[in-house]
Design a protein around this ligand. Sequence first.
Ligand code: PMT
Length: 220
Amino acid sequence: MKVLITAGPTVEPIDPVRYLTNRSSGKMGYALAAAAAKRGHSVLLISGPTTLEIPEGVDYLPIESATEMYQAVESQIGRHDLAIFAAAVADYTPAEIAEQKLKKLGAEMTLTLKRTKDILGSARKVMGFKGTLVGFAAETENVVENARGKCLRKDCDLVIANDVSRRDIGFDSSENEVTLVYPDRSEPLPQDSKEHLAFHLIEIFEGIHSQPSGNLDNHD
Ligand code: PMT
């Protein structure tokens, strides 16, 4: 299969020296890219800035902002059979990027943000992607219910839900504990290293892709 994976954080500039970002290390997405490549798939990793090494045998497309990630996904997704959205994409970005470093003025300052485009939510409806679509959901409460809402609204085959309120899993840890959330059912998986979990998840995605209904546009 041809597999597209998004990973890492996005970086939203405020001025030439400041930015908004989040705690994603990229470990989950990079582990998925490495596992998919080792299982013989052709992998494109679209990643925000991380300190990780690019996995062997993986094509790499670096981006910084949510807008750049949207453009990269839009231009590439049509060539892929499976798309996995593990990146932590900013939902809001500064409405304006100051050309010069912002000066200290009063005791408070207000930063106006505007919504970014929802990349996962655009995959089917705007980009016309017909392959197997897997989202992630980073939740701090009502994990499965919120993930199911995302799965249905964004027309995913599966959403991988993780509880990011825990420090031992999720963002920037080497382990994760996820629940597979399908449109009509869910299945919790035990806590595991991101590397080991990634192999298991890729096998599950392969299974979905090989089902007739989860394989609308097979490019093989
Ligand atoms: O990188 P690590 O440190 O290893 O941590 C892994 C992780 C916690 C980042 C990862 O497992 C994870 O949960 N990734 C999704 C994080 C996230 O942004 O979740 P969300 O619930 O806000 O978004 C839901 C889905 O929409 C995600 O697939 C996200 O990639 C996608 N999205 C979100 C906003 C946006 N503008 N465009 C998107 O495509």
